[in-house]
Design a protein around this ligand. Sequence first.
Ligand SMILES: NC(=O)c1ccc[n+]([C@@H]2O[C@H](COP(=O)([O-])OP(=O)(O)OC[C@H]3O[C@@H](n4cnc5c(N)ncnc54)[C@H](O)[C@@H]3O)[C@@H](O)[C@H]2O)c1
Length: 291
Amino acid sequence: MDIKTVGIVGAGQMGNGIAHVFALAGFDVLLNDITQGALDNAVGLIDRNLERQVARGKITEDERKAALGRIRTTLKLADLGQTDLVIEAATERETVKQAIFEDLLPHLKPTTILTSNTSSISITRLASRTDRPEKFMGFHFMNPVPVMQLVELIRGIATDDPTYKALLKVVEKLGKTAASAEDFPAFIVNRILMPMINEAVYTLYEGVGSVKSIDESLKLGANHPMGPLELADFIGLDTCLAIMNVLHDGLADTKYRPCPLLTKYVEAGWLGRKTQRGFYDYRGEVPVPTR
Ligand SMILES: NC(=O)c1ccc[n+]([C@@H]2O[C@H](COP(=O)([O-])OP(=O)(O)OC[C@H]3O[C@@H](n4cnc5c(N)ncnc54)[C@H](O)[C@@H]3O)[C@@H](O)[C@H]2O)c1
């Protein structure tokens, strides 16, 4: 399986980062979202991020131009049908992902590998509703994609060896490192990371500490580069809540119950950096804690 063209569904923070690294590594990229605005924002952001890499001497101006030239956008999901690899990176909701696969499958060539960047949803279940469970995998990039080295590879129960090996080769071509995870809720990184973030929200909810003291404690006391609440805002509080719900439902253990305060922020539409407000308010010069 020689993968040259890549279709990406969802041009949010993950989709644009994934498009960025694939284009830089020489793949032809076709990026899809539901609004032209989302696609324009994504391309603008990729351009600015590539410029930053040029300014830091990480890539040349010619590489920036070539990478941008390899990215095309489309509002029609069907256009992704002829690509060799599809990466679904839309909103973390199973019904959304399922609907995307249903719409895409009739247009997809038989050899295309289908993947999801889901942070937590069962790969086996997503795969079972497609026509190609053996060519379906979890392909979990970390945020921000151009910076983070790890990619989790998650095989569903039916994923075949050629598909797994093809994705290992892709990760190598991207210059990243693959870690294999079994298909259980939230895989490895988020199984460990998300309960920690949820516990930080409980710590805030119960008044043990303020936003500032909780983040500072983990940065200075546990040597974390970012505080857990700052990190939650960065990931997106809707995504954090969705992952906690998958852990809670999938493992049927009350230790994973999402903190009511996390739910409240999501209900308010305070989703973190992407909406300018979460545990911090990002609308001014410097982030200000909201509690
Ligand atoms: N945020 C993180 O740190 C992170 C890290 C790893 C993986 N993920 C996973 O990546 C996926 C995307 O997360 P994100 O943070 O980029 O979310 P996001 O909210 O930034 O972007 C989601 C995008 O999907 C688009 N979308 C929704 N429905 C669509 C459809 N039917 N067709 C095409 N596009 C559609 C939205 O318009 C939006 O642009 C999720 O599955 C999430 O769990 C997120």
